[in-house]
Design a protein around this ligand. Structure first.
Ligand code: PLP
Length: 388
């Protein structure tokens, strides 16, 4: 058994060996991908090969993939009022987001604050499609941004149904697929996504690499976030992160190849984990249980538990879990996702996220359960110094 059991894959997944190899190989390339000489062409080849691999993960064409520095940057780039299509040049007047989006989407991108509207979700955290349709009807041309799977609960959003509503209203749909990619099918056409965000470090690539993918070459943006040397076909200037992009490509290719088998294995482990959590402490609440969820994510709590204390207790047992979203865990912010699902403040305070990945084993799950037994027992005995 390894020293530690890592259950925080939704924050960052370990580097896949294939991505490490691609990274190390690309580090030896000395050229700038924009240079015309042989060294430059070799670097360009590494970037373009990766573009093909990333495109294949979401059923897109390589020429529709734009590399960015992160999922966050891809979201920022997507959330611009100025996206034009061949048929529609009018700027979007509203940004509609669900109430459970990642903070990078909640920031509103380049929309004025007053133009951003939040659409409510149901108790499972799924966007309310009736409310979405009503909100769409009040706008001239909306950009709608929905996540495919939630980073905290793993709940899968009804994106294809939403896409039909958005398109019928003449709007555009951006899909944040950062958590879904590599775990469930993410075909852009099947989802009806006009724009889609990916992040390399969630699928076994490196932190600091992401991509925005568009549905077709008809989609144009006149105001890129970063202007300069015209890289990424003018949409994202700056010399490409060649080695990071090469690793992203290898991670995407592996994720695509292994997705089905990995998902099946993770689901069996996740089911065992959830059954164990509840057999040890029958009052355990698992959020989003009635909805379709990612095969690797469990967000749970027990009355009286405090997430920060639980995370530390697990950590001392050699287990890495998280209290909701990684971005807010350092700041100990109550989860806006659970608030939107109508969860009481007391239960929200205790929500712990366990997320699995391709290296998670049965031994890891059993180790987590035995730590849970200690924690739940301490809680039930009211040992507040330990668990509350
Ligand atoms: N979107 C979602 C749903 C995420 O979970 C995250 C990261 O946790 C991001 C976007 C941001 O991605 P990155 O860490 O690459 O900036």
């Amino acid at each position: 058994m390894s020293e530690r059991s890592y259950f925080d894959w939704n924050a960052t997944a370990p580097l896949r060996p294939q991505a490490r190899l691609a990274f190390e190989t690309a580090l030896l390339l000395s050229g700038n991908p924009s240079s015309v000489h042989a060294e430059g062409r070799a670097a360009r080849r590494a970037v373009e090969d990766a573009r093909q691999q990333v495109a294949a993960l979401v059923g897109a064409r390589a020429s529709d993939v734009f590399f960015t520095s992160s999922g966050t940057e891809a979201n920022m780039l997507a959330l611009s009022p100025a996206w034009e299509t061949a048929a529609e040049k009018q700027a979007c007047d509203r940004l509609l987001i669900s109430a459970v989006e990642h903070v990078s989407v909640r920031s509103g991108g380049r929309f004025p604050r007053a133009a951003v509207e939040e659409v409510p979700v149901d108790v499972q955290g799924r966007v309310n499609l009736t409310a979405l349709a009503e909100t769409l009807a009040r706008s001239k041309r909306s950009l709608v941004s929905l996540m495919l799977a939630n980073n905290e609960s793993g709940v899968i959003e009804p994106v294809a149904e939403a896409a039909a509503l958005v398109h019928a209203a003449g709007g555009l749909l951006h899909v944040d697929a950062v958590q879904a990619a590599g775990r469930i099918p993410c075909d852009m056409a099947a989802l009806g996504a006009d724009l889609l965000t990916l992040s390399a470090h969630k699928i076994g690539g490196l932190t600091g690499t992401g991509a925005l993918v568009r549905s077709s070459e008809d989609m144009h943006l006149a105001d890129p976030l970063i202007r300069g040397g015209g890289q990424e076909r003018g949409l994202r200037a700056g010399t490409e992160n060649v080695a990071g992009i090469a690793a992203f490509g290898a991670a995407a290719a592996t994720a695509r190849r292994e997705r089905e088998a990995e998902a099946k294995r993770m689901l069996a482990l996740r089911d065992r984990l959830e059954a164990g959590l509840r057999s040890i402490a029958p009052q355990t609440v698992i959020f989003g249980l009635g909805a379709e969820r990612l095969p690797n994510t469990t967000l749970f709590t027990l009355d009286g538990m405090k997430a920060e204390t639980a995370v530390i207790a697990f950590d001392l047992e050699g287990i890495a879990v998280s209290s909701g979203a990684a971005c807010s865990s350092g700041k100990v912010q109550p989860s806006h996702v659970l608030a939107a699902m109508g969860v009481s403040p007391a239960l929200r305070r205790g929500a712990v996220r366990v997320s699995l990945g391709w290296e998670t084993t049965e031994t890891d799950v059993e180790r987590l359960l035995s730590a849970w037994r200690k924690l739940a027992t301490a809680l039930s005995k009211g040992q507040r110094g330990v668990a509350a």
